[in-house]
Structure formats: structure tokens, C-alpha cells
Design a protein. Structure first.
Length: 254
């Protein structure tokens, strides 16, 4: 292995599969989560920038997580809509397993909301239309995202929204990951009927979109009181329509 590949393997202590270091030069860490790390890399041959998600070793050997990565690669290769970040390649059987995506520059919608809230009516309308259009395309192909939230949406410098993380999506071409008694997703954005164990339908994504838009137009965090709340109590509040938010001055009620 040459010096360049040794340096690549040493980035942040990550041991990359050889097929990755042969094709890509890793230049930095984009982010890290419970499942793994995401790196910024450049394809050696054509200089294309990509994002590489590599699962943590302990996660890779846990039941179901390779299937989740396989699912994400499958859905992301469909080219269903331009807003879905496309998968370039994946190897879920390598150690550790990985998936390569087109690189998308920008910041998460959660950062945009936290830094700029409330977003203007024009900005919020653009977010709403772009995400709704993408969800409509996914739903037409019988794919439900199931984990739509601001952290899984990248806002490009142009302002365009891109959707990430389809690892728990449901669809006709793959079996559901949900098992009895297990709810997948982020509770704040999960529709109440899904939390109650009912069937996951496109309405779940529409509910999540509504919560996201509520965050966009609220002068203060409308979910602050719910973030550390047990799911049972959260459901009770939702059922009584007690979610409150402070409307910005330029956002008049419809």
C-alpha cells in the first residue's frame, strides 16, 4: 500500500476497505452518527466529489444494519427524483460495509432553522414545494421515507433542498424493517398512528413535512417541550392538539 493510501486509511482512525482507497482519496470527515461516519472523498480517476458512509464495526455486525444500508442503496439508485441524493455504489458485505453518494455541498435544514428562524414566507414556501414534490414522486413509486426530518435534509448554497437517509424506507420492492413492538424513525416527526403501531402509509411523510414546516415558520422552537418527553405523553398531547407555537409577525393566519 502506498503512502497516500496509508494516509487515507488513517483519517480519523478509520480503516477503509481496500476497494475504497483504490478508487477514492478521502479528504475529510463530514459527520458522524450512531450508525457510522460520513466522509468527503474524491474519485481518483475523474475527480468527482462524493460522500462515503462507512458503518461502525460494531453496528455492521449487529442484526439488521447491513439490510438497512442495502435498502438505502437500493432506494437511492432508483433516481426517483432530483432531490433524492443518488447512490453511486455500495458494498454491504465488505468489512466495514459502505455506501457512496453524490457529494452535496450545503448545510442541514436543521442548522438553517436554528440559525435563521423564523424563515421568511418565501423561503418556507420553497422548502414546502420542493419537499412535497419529492415526496409525491417517492409515494408514486410506493416508497415511504419514514424518517423525514430537518437533519436528513441538506440545503444547497442555491437554496435547493436535497433528501438523505432512506435507510428505513418502506416500499413494494423490499420488506418492511418494522417488527412487532418496534417503531423506527425519530419520534418528534413520526405520525401518531405509526407510534401506535398502525400501518405506515404516505401520510406518515406528510405528517413529518407538516412538523418541519411548523419549525420553519415558528419564531421559537415549537417542539422544545416535546424533545425529551416520553412517547406516551407526546401522543396524549398530540391527541388534544396542544402543540403551540409563536407565529412570526410576517406570517398571518390563513
Amino acid at each position: 500500500m502506498d503512502e497516500d493510501q496509508q494516509k487515507t486509511n488513517a483519517i480519523n482512525g478509520e480503516d477503509f476497505p481496500p476497494q475504497l482507497t483504490e478508487r477514492y482519496k478521502f479528504v475529510g470527515l463530514l459527520g458522524e452518527g450512531g450508525m457510522g461516519r460520513v466522509f468527503h472523498a474524491v474519485e481518483r480517476m475523474n475527480k468527482r466529489h462524493v460522500a462515503v458512509k462507512v458503518l461502525h464495526a460494531d453496528i455492521a455486525n449487529a442484526p439488521g444494519f447491513r439490510d438497512r444500508l442495502r435498502r438505502e442503496a437500493l432506494v437511492s439508485k432508483y433516481n426517483i427524483h432530483p432531490a433524492v441524493v443518488q447512490c453511486v455504489e455500495a458494498d454491504v458485505d465488505s468489512n466495514p460495509p459502505f455506501i457512496v453518494f453524490d457529494y452535496v455541498g450545503g448545510v442541514s435544514l436543521s442548522k438553517v432553522i436554528n440559525d435563521e428562524r423564523p424563515l421568511s414566507k418565501k423561503r418556507t414556501m420553497r422548502v414546502a414545494l420542493e419537499l412535497a414534490d419529492c415526496l409525491a414522486a417517492l409515494h408514486e413509486q410506493k416508497v415511504v421515507h419514514r424518517d423525514l426530518k430537518p437533519d436528513n435534509i441538506i440545503t444547497e448554497p442555491s437554496g435547493r433542498c436535497r433528501i438523505l437517509d432512506l435507510g428505513i424506507a418502506t416500499g413494494d420492492d423490499f420488506t418492511a424493517m418494522t417488527k412487532a413492538g418496534i417503531v423506527l424513525g425519530t419520534p418528534l416527526y413520526i405520525a401518531p398512528e405509526v407510534l401506535l403501531g398502525e400501518e405506515v402509509t404516505p401520510r406518515a411523510d406528510i405528517f413529518a413535512l407538516g412538523v418541519i414546516l411548523l419549525e420553519c415558520v415558528s419564531a421559537e422552537d415549537p417542539l422544545a417541550a416535546l424533545r425529551d418527553m416520553p412517547i406516551a405523553k407526546m401522543l396524549a398531547l398530540r391527541s388534544r392538539s396542544e402543540l403551540k407555537f409563536k407565529r412570526p409577525k410576517d406570517c398571518e393566519p390563513a
